[in-house]
Ligand binder design. Structure first.
Ligand code: FUC
Length: 792
């Protein structure tokens, strides 16, 4: 058989013997060659050359708005590009106050004294009175938060440059290249070209910097705390300390190499390089934190930091840089978005200020940059071996950051990981999985002590020390649904990647225990006999009731996922029966109210003038999959969303991009992207709540994917919500559930070519205008590539 005939034969069998090769205008042709298993797409080199850079014509004068982030997961830094004294603000993800050993005492948020009957008492009052104000519930179920702690800045490394120009020279450029993940500063001074490069290598666990041009400088470490010592010996600075709050040990080391000139260690713990042609340094940092309940302590960081610094130092700058760039690009370059953008050669802050809402090629350049920036930030703040991305990723310059720079789980942590699978960065979810698994031990204790039940639980927000109980902020303290919600991402990881081994060992155990918690804690609603969550609180909004929409939808999602997983894994029939029976009796959380809205509460309490930033009752639409497009529920969700309006904080707008995309309204999704860029984005393209909060960056990146590709209902939908503002373009390397990597070209608002590379052998359904009848179902074979449309 000729290769061509064999391809056709394969195709025929893929189509179940239908024999039709032509589908609509296109041809379905499984490629003869096996595709790369790492989900790297064969994106055109044209698209790859589009610059993806943030750049500025002046040094950063403000940490939050202007400095530029680099990160390797565990370590992060903000680069200022300041002239006379370069400032690198440093972070290590685990440097947290609070938890065991903290001066205030710590009890994981569990009630310090047993409160027998407390929850039942509230349930009975809600049954009798239908609702309860948050203050009275807090008085009974809340307690003061102690020992919660906060993420801490690791301090700053200053490079004092006495020969630097006092004012910003013409031609000064400060940039962050998203492709290389390298921050640069370049300028000319006294006929000499000066350059600085900084990057954070995940692979080598170091932050690296290099300066060229005549280099005389002093490296100096500072911190807003006083709990450390700094010493300089030979070519090394060592910073060592213990957090006064909880005794957490921390250490950083910096080693310096200079070409030409001299290097001096000073008694004040600084290092001076004199008259060198260039110099480079490596920096590593660590703590003795471990994610193990109940102590949360591991090895002294000294050995690991020394090893990282010395190994990196011996590799040399060139090797470190090329290893870093390769490691970053292996993730970053998987996805390319071409929306016919053309950026004028103006600084990014001007590009942002000039943004008109998506009408020009320059606007599209900003949109494409912002999309890829979300991917960059996730790679930089979530790599295996440390904690997941927190409210600020890994970047925090404060000892008292907003909301402790913690892990809020009533939307924020979940949103951080929305782009991970679909935007082809599945590896970034490892720290998230590990964090969720580590919540299980303290979460079991909370379930047992507060609820007297099986399973595990976590409430509104948590820290790295297993804070799974409650505090006493009335509108944001009670949210036991969070455990169920956070397990959703683990099941999504399975749905996208398809590894049954992962499902068995990682996802299912935490899902099952979260489900057991709810099997024990649902209560029969005397109003209609359904099973409901009570007390139930729609995040940060309204009164306590029984069976608020989000509570029910989250439990519905958890039970649906867990039942599916239990069937796949063949878990005990009695557990499956129990789950199926509960699902049958569960209030679904879908109800249409008097003005056609999807109700936020079981009783029709929604106010059409309410524009609260949380739109929790649309969970079933996104990230859930309970609402099908075109259904009456989708219509009702649209009524609710329209009433809530296009405002909100950064993450709220980002969520609305996703909602509108799921409602198949690409123009409104695009409008929300525009709203986010216009009013919730800082000059360094960080999302602002305000203040800076990284979830909005991630949520928006996920939202852009939702506009181009969806698969939540096990149908791979091509361009489900393409906005009119992007009539022509292409995207490479998006991931769909079922183990598919998808490339799409489109013209005049319609797909012209779709390429799907299967990483699993299984039946897939693809929906696109390109296909005759709009849809095809076929058996995809792992490693094969399928093309519809112009097979150029
Ligand atoms: C949730 C939100 C707030 C903020 C906080 C960190 O509680 O309601 O707006 O984002 O998390």
């Amino acid at each position: 058989m000729s290769p061509e005939m064999s391809r056709r034969a394969t195709l025929k069998s893929a189509l179940g013997g239908a024999g039709a090769l032509t589908l609509g205008e296109g041809v379905l042709s499984p490629s003869a060659e096996a595709a790369d298993s790492s989900h790297v797409s064969d994106h055109g080199s044209e698209t790859l050359k589009t610059p993806l850079e943030l750049w500025y014509a002046a040094p950063a004068s403000d940490w939050e708005r202007e400095a530029l982030p680099i990160g390797g997961g565990a370590l992060g830094a903000m680069v200022f590009g300041t002239l006379a004294s370069e400032r690198l603000q440093l972070n290590e993800k685990t440097l947290w106050t609070g938890g065991p050993g903290s001066v205030q005492g710590y009890h994981h948020g569990n009630w310090t004294e047993p409160r027998p009957g407390a929850i039942e008492g509230i349930q009975e009052r809600i049954d009798a009175e239908t609702k309860l104000d948050p203050d009275s519930v807090t008085a009974r179920l809340g307690q003061a938060r102690v020992g919660y702690g906060a993420h801490q800045t690791f301090g700053d490394l200053h490079l004092d440059l006495p020969g630097a120009p006092p004012d910003t020279p013409t031609g000064y450029r400060r940039a962050l290249d998203l492709r290389d993940a390298v921050a640069t500063v370049t300028y000319t001074h006294q006929q000499g070209r000066h350059s600085r490069e900084f990057f954070a290598s995940h692979l080598d666990r170091v932050i690296v910097g290099r300066l060229t041009g005549d280099v005389t400088l002093t490296l100096r470490y500072t911190s807003p705390r006083t709990d450390f010592t700094t010493t300089a010996t030979g070519d090394r600075i060592t910073v060592r300390g213990e957090l006064a709050d909880n005794g957490l040990k921390f250490e950083a080391q910096i080693r310096v190499h200079q070409e030409g000139g001299a290097l001096t260690a000073n008694v004040d713990g600084t290092l001076t390089v004199t008259d060198a042609d260039s110099m480079w340094f490596v920096l590593s940092a660590g703590t003795d934190y471990a994610d193990t309940y109940p102590d949360y302590r591991g090895d002294d960081p000294h050995a690991a930091v020394t090893k990282a610094v010395d190994e990196a130092f011996h590799k040399g700058y060139g090797t470190l840089r090329s290893r870093h760039v390769r490691d970053h690009q292996a993730l970053f370059e998987r996805v390319a978005l071409d929306i016919r953008a053309a950026a004028p050669d103006i600084p990014t802050n001007e590009l942002l200020a000039n943004y008109t809402g998506g009408t020009t090629p320059a606007d599209r350049a900003l949109e494409a940059l912002y999309f890829q920036y979300g991917r960059y930030l996730l790679i930089a703040s979530s790599r295996p071996g440390s904690l997941p991305a927190n409210l600020q990723g890994v970047w925090n310059h404060s000892t008292t950051p907003p909301w402790s720079a913690d892990y809020h789980v009533n939307i924020n942590l979940q949103m951080n990981y929305w782009p991970a699978e679909a935007a082809n960065l599945a590896e970034t979810t490892a720290p998230y999985d590990r964090f969720v698994e580590a919540l299980r031990a303290p979460g079991r204790r909370t379930a047992e002590e507060m609820f007297g039940s099986r399973g595990w639980v976590v409430h509104n927000e948590t820290n790295p020390y297993g804070f799974t109980g409650v505090h006493d902020w009335p509108t944001a303290f009670w949210f036991p649904e969070a455990a169920a919600w956070v397990t959703g991402q683990l099941y999504e990881h399975y749905r996208f990647g398809g590894s049954t081994a992962y499902l068995r060992s990682t996802a299912y155990p935490v899902m099952k225990e979260a489900a057991e918690f709810w099997l024990d804690n649902l209560r029969t609603d005397p109003r209609d006999g359904t099973l409901v969550v009570t007390p139930s609180y729609s995040p940060e909004h309204g009164d306590f009731t029984a069976g608020a929409a989000m509570s029910q939808q989250i439990v519905y999602d958890l039970f649906t996922n867990t039942l599916e997983a239990a069937r796949i894994l063949g878990d005990a029939p009695d557990f499956r029966e129990h789950l199926a029976a509960a699902l049958d009796t569960l209030d679904t959380g879908l109800r249409i109210g008097s003005w056609g809205q999807l109700q936020e509460w079981k009783a029709d309490l929604d106010d059409p003038d309410d524009d609260h930033r949380h739109v929790s009752h649309l969970f079933a639409l996104h990230p859930g999959r309970q609402i099908e497009p075109g259904s009456k529920w989708a219509e009702a969700a649209k009524v609710s969303l329209t009433a809530r309006g296009d405002g909100g904080t950064g993450w709220s707008k980002a969520w609305k991009i996703n909602f509108w995309a799921r409602l198949r309204d690409g123009d409104h999704a695009h409008k929300m992207l525009g709203e986010q860029l216009k009013s919730s984005t800082l000059p360094n393209l960080w999302d602002t709540h305000p203040p800076f909060q990284i979830d909005g960056n991630f949520g928006a990146t996920a939202g852009v994917v939702e506009m181009l590709l969806q698969s939540q209902h096990d149908v791979i939908e091509i361009l489900p919500a393409l906005p009119a503002a992007w009539p022509d373009g292409s995207v490479r390397g998006l991931r769909a559930r079922g183990g598919a990597t998808v490339d799409i070209d489109w013209a005049d608002g319609k797909a012209s070519r779709v390429t799907l590379t299967a990483s699993r052998t299984r039946q897939l359904t693809v929906r696109s205008d390109l296909l005759r009848g709009g849809q095809t179902t076929f058996k995809a074979v792992a490693g094969q590539r399928y093309v519809w449309g112009n097979d150029s």
